[in-house]
Design a protein around this ligand. Structure first.
Ligand code: GLY
Ligand code: MN
Ligand code: MN
Length: 452
C-alpha cells in the first residue's frame, strides 16, 4: 500500500485509539500511550542485510515501510467539551543525502508529517529524550514486551526516566498492556480494504499454482517449480512470497516444513506445493498436491481423495458460529474413518479418534488465521473456550495425510505418500467464501498435468 491509502491508515489509528480510550474511560483512571516499533533489520553477513519487511502492526497503522521507526500514539478521554484527542508521533530515520544515494529515498520527519499522518515527528536519535515526555501523566502503556529486547530496554528506560520526575508532580505509566488485546482483534476482522488485498494475493497465488501444475514434468527439479511460483508472484506485483515456498516431491511431500526444494522429480511421484503470494502486506497460503507427469497410483489416489473429502467437509463447516476445533474434528473424523476403510487403521472409528490413532498420519491442526501474517494474529480461544467464527474472519482449511517412507506399520505400497490440500476461506453471513477456489483440486483436474 502506498501513501495514497493514508486515509485508511488514519481510520485504523483512530479506531484503535477510540478502543484504547474507551477502555481507559471504562476504568476512569487516566490516559494511555501506545508504542509500536518497526521490525528490526537483520544482518545476513558483513554489511549485507536480509530483505526488509515492516512489522505488520506498525504497517497496519501507518503504511510506513522504513526501518528504524517508532510510532507513539496517545489519546485523551473526552474532556468537558466532549472531544477526544488523538495524536500520533513518529520517530524516523533522518534525511541523509549520502545514505539515500546508496539505499534510496527516505521520507524523514517532514515526509511522515506530510504523507503518513504524523502530528509530530522526530528523528529516531531523539527517542530516548522524547519518549519520557510522551509517557508523562499517562497511566497505562500499550506495548508488546518480549518481542524486541533492545526496544524493551528503551521503553523500560523511558518509564524509569518518567518515574524519576515524579517529584516534579508528573505521574508515569504503572501498567503495561499488550496492544494486541485491541489491535489484533481489529486485524482478525477483515475490512473491505483488507479483503481487496487478500483477494489479489489469492488470485496471484492461483495463477502461480495453475502455472506450476501445468508445467511440472518428470526430470525437472523442485527448484524450477519454485522459481516459476516466485516469478509469477513478482510478475503480478506481489512484494514477496508470504512464507518460504514448500515444493516437495515423492517422500519430501511427507516432510511438513520441507524447504530444500532441490530434488529431481520422477514420474509417478506426487508433488506437494505449499506457496502463497503476499500482496499489499496480505498473505495467501495455499497447498496443492498432484502427480508428476502421470496419473495417480491406486494408493496415491485413495489418499488424495480422502484428504479432499476431509478438506471439503472442513470447508463446509467454516461458517458463522462454528469453531476451529469443530472444523478440525470434522477433518479428523473423515480421515480416521477413511483410513479404516483403506485398512491403514484397524478398530472402531470413535475409539480411534479418542485415542488419536490418526496422529501418525495427520499430525497437525487443520486451520489458522490468515491475514497480514501467514499465521495471523488474533485469539483462538475466548474465556478458555474455542471462539465461534464470525463474518470477516479468514482462515485456512488444510488437512493432510503423510506416510513417511520408513513408516513400517503400513504395507510398503502406501509408504512415501504425502498429501495436503489447503485453501483460504472467508467466513461470511452465509456460505463459506473460498478465496482460492480457482485452483484445481479434484482428482480429474489435478491429473491434467502434462504427461512426459
Ligand atoms: N504454509 C504454512 C502453513 O500452511 O501453515
Ligand atoms: Mn497454512
Ligand atoms: Mn500452507
Amino acid at each position: 500500500m502506498c501513501t495514497c491509502h493514508s486515509e485508511l491508515f488514519a481510520k485504523r489509528r483512530r479506531a484503535f485509539l477510540e478502543a484504547v480510550t474507551a477502555r481507559s474511560r471504562a476504568v476512569s483512571d487516566g490516559d494511555a500511550v501506545c508504542v509500536f516499533p518497526a521490525a528490526p533489520v537483520f544482518t545476513r553477513n558483513n554489511d549485507v542485510e536480509h530483505d526488509y519487511r515492516q512489522d505488520s502492526d506498525l504497517f497496519y497503522l501507518t503504511g510506513f515501510n522504513e526501518p528504524s521507526t517508532v510510532l507513539v500514539m496517545d489519546g485523551k478521554s473526552a474532556g468537558p467539551d466532549g472531544a477526544a484527542e488523538y495524536r500520533s508521533t513518529m520517530f524516523v530515520r533522518p534525511r541523509d543525502a549520502d545514505r539515500e544515494i546508496w539505499d534510496g529515498p527516505r521520507f524523514g520527519v517532514d515526509g511522515v508529517k506530510e504523507h503518513f499522518g504524523a502530528d509530530e515527528a522526530f528523528t529516531i536519535d531523539k527517542l530516548a529524550d522524547e519518549l519520557p515526555k510522551l509517557f508523562q501523566n499517562k497511566k497505562r502503556l500499550y506495548y508488546r514486551l518480549g518481542v524486541n529486547r533492545s526496544m524493551d530496554d528503551k521503553v523500560l528506560e523511558a518509564i524509569d526516566r518518567t518515574r524519576a520526575r515524579a517529584k516534579l508532580g508528573f505521574t508515569w505509566p504503572v501498567e503495561i498492556v499488550d496492544p494486541g488485546t485491541i489491535l489484533h482483534e481489529m486485524r482478525l476482522f477483515k475490512s473491505k480494504d483488507d479483503l481487496d488485498a487478500m483477494r489479489k494475493a489469492a488470485d496471484i497465488t492461483a495463477e502461480a499454482h495453475i502455472r506450476a501444475m501445468g508445467a511440472t514434468k518428470p526430470g525437472m527439479h523442485e527448484f524450477q517449480v519454485e522459481a516459476m511460483l516466485l516469478e509469477t508472484f513478482r510478475a503480478h506485483g506481489s512484494e514477496r512470497a508470504a512464507y518460504g515456498s514448500i515444493v516437495g516431491s515423492g517422500a519430501n511431500a511427507t516432510i511438513l516444513h520441507y524447504r530444500q526444494n532441490n530434488k529431481k522429480m520422477e514420474q509417478g511421484e506426487l508433488l506437494l506445493i505449499d506457496a502463497g503470494a503476499e500482496y499489499d502486506y496480505y498473505a495467501a497460503d495455499v497447498t496443492r498436491t498432484f502427480p508428476v507427469g502421470a496419473k495417480f497410483s491406486k494408493q496415491q489416489e485413495a489418499i488424495y481423495q480422502l484428504v479432499l473429502d476431509a478438506q471439503e467437509a472442513g470447508i463446509a463447516k467454516t461458517v458463522k458460529g462454528s469453531t476451529l476445533e469443530q472444523i478440525h474434528a470434522e477433518c479428523v473424523n473423515v480421515i480416521t474413518s477413511g483410513l479404516v476403510k483403506l485398512g491403514l487403521l484397524q478398530g472402531e472409528v470413535e475409539q480411534l479418534v479418542k485415542d488419536e490413532a490418526y496422529k501418525p498420519f495427520f499430525m497437525h491442526k487443520t486451520s489458522h488465521w490468515l491475514g497480514m501474517d501467514v499465521h495471523d494474529v488474533g485469539n483462538y480461544y475466548l474465556g478458555g473456550k474455542a471462539r465461534p467464527l464470525e463474518p470477516g474472519m479468514v482462515l485456512t482449511v488444510e488437512p493432510g495425510i503423510y506416510i513417511g517412507k520408513d513408516y513400517d506399520k503400513v504395507p510398503a505400497e502406501w509408504r512415501g505418500i504425502g498429501v495436503r490440500i489447503e485453501d483460504d476461506i472467508l467466513v461470511t453471513d452465509g456460505a463459506p467464501d473460498n478465496l482460492t477456489q480457482a485452483i484445481p483440486k479434484t482428482v480429474a483436474e489435478v491429473q491434467r498435468a502434462p504427461l512426459a
